[in-house]
Design a protein around this ligand. Structure first.
Ligand SMILES: NC(=O)c1ccc[n+]([C@@H]2O[C@H](COP(=O)([O-])OP(=O)(O)OC[C@H]3O[C@@H](n4cnc5c(N)ncnc54)[C@H](O)[C@@H]3O)[C@@H](O)[C@H]2O)c1
Length: 341
């Protein structure tokens, strides 16, 4: 079992490992005075994982209700948040109780936002169940929903009270979700730990790799909690990636879009004389070994109009993250026309 800690504010503990969900009941009991839990999941998360979490909570004296939203990015909407408020209210959730999410980044972003805003904040315990959520989205406190076709347009920063990542839950992921998740793993290798790139394959990442990615994210978030400076390096691949996701109507999965976005950003860096040669092939090879599609040019074609709508854009320039070399990201303000490839 790997243990990590986020040190800002009250801080929170992260447990990553096979069987980590056994810790859920005791963690919830230690963090809350109430004994009610609202479990938020989606219809695609296998019931057995949700029932295991409910049983762990019951062992610690919690009565838990379960609400399953529809799986998929389309659920990241204010309508779903309203449904969750009604669910919390129906259960009788108070600020002494807990919201527990069991699912991937979609469930985490929505449940996190609903928990952060219901009664001005109910504690959230994260039980991430996808590669993306265990390596990335469960940490750092970004919550939110999409609006008018713009990803994460509405949201807030609110850290979880604990993250419990049971790597056994990853075994049930369909192949495309496993592969897509590796996009974020490759990103962590590219921006901070090139040795991660060597470990990438079509197999599920082990708990050491997951913990290495999580630790990198936690350290960036501790340096820059509200994403104004250093933390923006985590957006490597995301400026192009979010535009590709939006242009595809969210049919391109997040991690695959990040993979396309990283390769496009490296090509852009080469063109601007910022990126060393050799970086492209290292990232392309790692993506290929993970089973990610590396033909980004076609995907990017339709995506340019969406670039300027990125949250990191001030309307005239885009806050782009490029790489000088592996492990060394650099931020640059670029005009949209300078981002053309
Ligand atoms: N908040 C952040 O910091 C942050 C960071 C990165 C990504 N995100 C967000 O995360 C989302 C993508 O997350 P994701 O890739 O986890 O996708 P997801 O949450 O949509 O999950 C993918 C699919 O896998 C299913 N699933 C989940 N766990 C499973 C399991 N153990 N076994 C079988 N199926 C399972 C889900 O039902 C869903 O159909 C995007 O909305 C993205 O914007 C947020």
């Amino acid at each position: 079992m790997e243990k990590l800690f986020f040190s800002l504010g009250p801080g929170y503990e992260v447990s990553i490992g096979n069987g980590a969900s056994a810790l859920l009941g005791s963690a919830a009991a230690a963090l809350t005075e109430g004994r009610l839990a609202a479990i938020v999941t989606d219809a695609g998360v296998p019931r057995e994982h949700v029932e295991l979490c409910r049983a762990r909570l019951a062992d610690a004296g919690f009565a838990a209700g379960v609400f399953a939203i529809k799986a998929g990015e389309a659920s990241k909407s204010l309508d779903t948040v309203e449904d969750l408020y009604s669910f919390f209210s129906g259960l009788g959730i108070t600020r002494s109780d807990a919201v527990v999410y069991v699912g991937g980044g979609v469930v985490g972003d929505i449940a996190g936002f609903a928990a952060a805003t219901y009664l001005r904040g109910v504690k959230l315990i994260a039980v991430p169940t996808t590669v993306i959520s265990q390596t990335d989205s469960a940490y750092g406190g970004k919550t939110g929903v999409d609006h008018l076709g713009i990803k994460n347009a509405i949201g807030c920063f609110r850290h979880p009270a604990a993250v419990i990542a049971d790597t056994a839950f990853l075994e049930t992921l369909p192949e495309n979700e496993r592969v897509s998740g590796m996009g974020e793993v490759v990103k962590y290798g590219a921006i901070a730990a090139p040795q991660i790139l060597d470990s990438v394959s079509r197999a599920l990442p082990d708990e050491r790799i997951i913990a290495a990615c999580a630790a990198i994210k936690l350290r960036f978030c501790e340096k820059d909690e509200f994403d104004l400076n250093e933390r923006r390096a985590l957006n490597f691949g995301h400026t192009f990636g979010h535009a590709i996701e939006s242009a595809s109507g969210f049919t391109v999965p997040h991690g695959q879009a990040v993979a396309y976005g990283m390769l496009a950003a490296i090509r852009l860096g080469e063109r601007l004389g910022v990126t060393e040669t050799g970086v492209y092939s290292a990232v392309e090879n790692a993506c290929g070994r993970a089973g990610l599609d590396t033909r980004w040019e076609r995907a990017l074609g339709e995506a340019y109009p969406y670039l300027i709508k990125d949250k990191k854009s001030d309307g005239r320039t885009i806050d782009a993250v490029l790489l000088k070399r592996l492990g060394e990201p650099v931020r640059m303000k670029l005009k949209p026309e300078e981002m053309k490839l």
